[in-house]
Design a protein around this ligand. Sequence first.
Ligand SMILES: [Zn+2]
Length: 322
Amino acid sequence: MKKLMDRIARLLLYGFALMLSHSAPVFAVDGKLNIVTTVSPITNIVQNIGGSHVKVTGIVPDGTDSHTFEPLPSDVKTLQAASIIIVNGLDLESPTLNLANKVKNPATLILQLGNRALTEAEWQYDFSFPREQGHPNPHLWLNIALVMRYAEIVKDQLIAMDPVNTASYQQNAAIYLAKLQKLDQAIFKCVESIPENNRKLVTYHDSFAYFAPRYGMTVIAAIQPSDFSEPGPQEVISIIKQIRESGVPAIFGSEVFPSKVMAQIARESKAKFVDQLSDDALPAAPNHSFIGMMVHNMTIMTEALGGNPTCVANIDASNIPF
Ligand SMILES: [Zn+2]
């Protein structure tokens, strides 16, 4: 009976949407909100909260450089059909946003989570995202407190667009926020287990700018230049000097950004080179989830810096079933 009522309510909503044509949300044919997202962490967060009432299409493939990603011609259709487009923002997905603004239904909202979660005064500018270039560091999602804000914003938006399923969105959000809270606490424990002198990060890609201040670490250097090329010899020498002086035992890279220079820097600074951190690529099944990505990151990072990687051993990285 409840199902039938839901269905009738949804049909009424759909009819109403058609009547208003461009000024109301577009629903997919099967009655689900048709959500288009960009990077995998956001795709995964939205799917966990939307559950069975949404169809989510992430257009930035896992393992691609999201900063230089250009949408494909085939993404036009996907963007045109979207009920809503949910992106990170803070200039991360500019080519995709430009295309979306050209082709989307005029009534379709583009929700920029990062711009909603932080005020401009809280934006970070640093190594690869210098203030003078005007593009803030966009990697908010490596700070779990900010991911919790993302989750709240997504929940409120889905409820506003699809009020019939309010209870379901609220329930999923509550479960997901509880999981995030546990993850957040575990990350604090990981960092506490690292000897104080080693709570320093040298990464190739500059993605820990919001992570470090929350969890009590310092980003000493991020090596990738702002144009995503390789650093010049002078910069390499100065980075090696900094690493030697700081005494960090390990420096970090990722598979998405292979860099020959990192191996050289590691050799000459006598730090271990660990090239397995991830800033937006999710790990393979069974933990193909944003939480799984963070568990993987914390295991790698904690171990390499001399801490106890069991800090994340009890984290449930599974997605909410739907
Ligand atoms: Zn990145």
